[in-house]
Design a protein around this ligand. Sequence first.
Ligand code: SF4
Length: 431
Amino acid sequence: MTPFDRADPAPPATGCADTPPVLRERGQHAVFCGLTGIIWLHRKMRDAFFLIVGSRTCAHLMQSAAGVMIFAEPRFATAILEEQDLAGLADANDELDRVVDRLLARRPDVKTLFLVGSCPSEVIKIDLARAAQRLSRRHLPTTRVLAYSGSGIETTFTEGEDACLASLVPEMPATKAGSLLVIGSLPDMVEDQFARLFAAMGLEDTAFLPAREAFALPAVGPGTRVLMAQPFLAATAKALEDRGAVVLSAPYPFGAEGTEAWLRAGAEALGVSPDHITAAIAPGKARAAKALASAREKLAGRSVFFFPDSQLEIPLARFLAREMGMRLIEVGTPYLHRRHMAAEMALLPDGVTLSEGQDVDRQLDRARAARPDLTVCGLGLANPLEAEGLATKWSIELVFSPIHGFEHAADLAELFTRPLTRRALLAHAQD
Ligand code: SF4
């Protein structure tokens, strides 16, 4: 069931050794599960198919989250576990093999098939990793079969992408060459913009994970320098480090400032001179600064409260505080990976309240008491808060939208100005 609630008995605590201090909460969560990532991943990897091994609930979630599927050839589906599977009366592995054989016979264009685990498949302990090995042996070299978990028991919604990309890493060919690898699913046009910028700095071989064709994986090795385009990829980063790659520390490419620092970190690690980088990024940086000016007029001085949801909260809060002049009341994040967030946390304003994890009722009380001008939260919380008169932004929209880089800095800002403008118009109409 999603969004789902889960309880963790560990008591809340304030981390006194943290800089800045972090309020750690371990209570009820209100989040979507990792299956949701399929919605943007299937658009990115054109030769991939996502087969969810789950229940009707999982199928309903995917249908309502992705809109009604009317494509002739959809690239995800749910293999429904029926009651006899759940009761252990049928061999789910035999059934799965039959479904996969049928699917691949009908869809020879599928080059990578992901078996995606769910709560039901984990409850009845279907070993999807082993099933993927067995099916790969049967279907390679035409189709590679991999497995990962999108289960709500273990993941929040962006962790689905992390688990998916991590499953690709062992398949990547080895290399000793020095190269830049950008990780995180980006819309094609954003990927092209970054590729052009790196090429202008002499880094024509910059690779992206996931690639548009999932079967054509980039190489990895001790010379690989990894630049994270999304902050929620801890497992993928760790898997790449295990292959010898070095993960670079940088802010994330949101807003003009974050994009510049991110591009510099990648290019400098590959030996590009600071002057060369400055020249290559100057036009984009100037365009972004100009485009952001009008959004700043609308956002400066306004307050914002982030509920933990997408794991993008800290980089976005940094952008809103430093470039848009907003006041941060609380920045909640589901998990805080200190190493991957170090460059971002160094840029946060003094005195900001960071919270990790969630105790949703306590956090709602804090938001109600603070009455922020804008609340960034999941879908489940947005409607009740709107009904209480708070302007909200759905955090999931920030994952679907092109918001990275210089060319989309203003689009990112606009996602935050829009709810405020809408509320102002409504108030005006009611006067
Ligand atoms: Fe619900 Fe779990 Fe299926 Fe997600 S994986 S839709 S949380 S049952």
